[in-house]
Design a protein around this ligand. Structure first.
Ligand SMILES: Nc1ncnc2c1ncn2[C@@H]1O[C@H](COP(=O)(O)OP(=O)(O)OP(=O)(O)O)[C@@H](O)[C@H]1O
Ligand SMILES: [Mg+2]
Length: 306
């Protein structure tokens, strides 16, 4: 289980870096074993920042992340941590070294983590895993990355995680560069992987992909959680005005959201107010010091009107 507890990440901005901008602001949620959780939010809402914090690529400003109860900042041995927790990103090509054949990627996993496994035995395992994710090893091995499709490369990254016996995968917009039919293959591979005990944080700006894939959904807005709970409940009974707005605009969900959305006329967000205040039709002076509260089992909403 991976727990994110009061996690914040601030960047210094403005002249001389005197101002703080919270890319992630006091976020708390968890991903249980064998669970896929979607982290959904528009561009700039802090999704990748949360992914990077989980992958220890950046350090939190405050709060913590617990992996099976252990604060990940105490993992000094990164190799040990990355055996359990891995990331797959948007652009599959950037994750491969173009001068190495795919075989080399898998061989490096053996050298790094399974040095005592013989090359023959390893080859069998690699072929088994490639077949498991729905690809033909004969068509894959011996090729260079540029000879494979984006969907194949993305699935091979998942195969690599499987070989490493990864327990937790951060999947950040992994299918946004793929065409529709390949997308479903990659999504189904992820869902299938759950059977092997994998948990996934599935980062997306696409509501329908989140709905299709995940057990739970986190709706993020300007670095804060607006709504969180079972995907069924969040989608079928959305309670936050922001979630409602998103779901009402469903025909356009495949479009990448624009970063700056229009505020209601003349409204700004005063300190301590709900981040959605300037766009919320229900916004009034009560909309401050908002906390995420449980409205029913497995369903939390951060809105004073709910
Ligand atoms: N190193 C940095 N310095 C300053 N600001 C940063 C830095 N990295 C990210 N940010 C800001 O933090 C916010 C969140 O960025 P993040 O990449 O997490 O968004 P995102 O939800 O993944 O968006 P997208 O859907 O476009 O990938 C953005 O406003 C971004 O400009
Ligand atoms: Mg991102």
């Amino acid at each position: 289980m991976l727990e994110i507890v009061n996690l914040s990440k601030a960047y210094s901005v403005g002249a001389f870096g005197r101002e703080k901008f919270y890319a992630v602001d006091n976020v708390t949620f968890k991903i249980e074993d064998n669970e896929i959780v979607s982290l959904i939010g528009e561009s700039g809402s802090g999704k990748t920042t949360i992914g990077k914090l989980i992958l220890k690529l950046i350090k939190p400003t405050s709060g913590k992340i617990l992996y099976n109860g252990i604060d990940i900042s105490s993992f000094k041995n990164l190799k040990e941590y990355y055996r359990h927790v891995q990331g797959v990103f948007q652009d599959p090509y950037s994750s491969y070294n173009p001068i190495f054949k795919i075989d080399r990627v898998f061989e490096m996993v053996r050298e790094e983590f399974y040095a005592s496994t013989s090359q023959n035995e390893w080859r069998n395992r690699v072929e088994e895993v490639i077949s498991y994710i729905g690809l033909n090893p004969k068509e894959i091995l011996g090729k260079f990355p540029h000879q494979l499709s984006g969907g194949q490369l993305q699935r091979l990254l998942i195969a690599r995680a499987l070989l490493m016996e990864t327990k937790f995968l951060v999947a950040d917009e992994i299918i946004s560069m793929l065409d529709a039919s390949t997308r479903i293959d990659v999504l189904n591979t992820l869902i299938k992987l759950k059977e092997t005990g994998l948990s996934v944080l599935f980062i997306t700006h696409d509501l329908s992909l989140g709905y299709y894939t995940s057990d739970k959904t986190v709706i993020l807005y300007r670095g804060s959680i607006m709504e969180y709970g079972s995907t069924e409940k969040v989608f079928n009974n959305p309670l936050h005005p922001y979630t409602k707005m998103l779901l009402e605009s469903v025909p356009t969900v495949h479009k990448k959201w624009a970063k700056s959305q229009i505020a209601l006329e003349g409204k700004i967000v005063p300190n301590g107010f709900c981040k959605f205040y300037d766009r919320c039709p229900l916004g009034d002076t009560n909309c401050k010091n908002v906390v995420l509260k449980e409205v029913e089992d497995n369903h939390q909403v951060a809105c004073v009107k709910v």
